[in-house]
Write a protein that binds this ligand. Sequence first.
Ligand SMILES: [Zn+2]
Length: 155
Amino acid sequence: MDAMTINITDKNSIDLLCSKCGSAKRINISQMPNGIGRAYKITCKCTHSFTILFNRRKHRRKRCSLIATYSVKNVFGDNIITITNLSRGGLAFNRSDNNQLKINDRITIRFNLDNAQGDLIESTAIIRNILQDTVYVQFEEMRGRMQTTLGFYFL
Ligand SMILES: [Zn+2]
């Protein structure tokens, strides 16, 4: 199945082109629930189906390559991951561990920003989507000072 990522700015609808038959399908974005990295399955009239991923840009996102660790409640030890995408509201990371992560699971993430101070960010986060080895999470509880730091990072 094909997968594509679509970045939404402020348009209310988008036209997708089927990669098989080339016909256009209009998607009304306002009918899609919010959430980063949410995946939808779309089936074309030619029966070809593909998955689309919406990145709703509520928060500015930054592509990055930051080493981080995450831990799962009740599991001993940290797992090393690479953050590939970061915003004030959440992030995406690649992992290579074998933890059984599921959507809506809660994890704790720690990493240092690549700013001059190398500020530490630590937050609990909820898993919103998992595509192969990429996990999309939304920050949940982050201390105010870290929220401010992250806000400045995106200025
Ligand atoms: Zn088609």
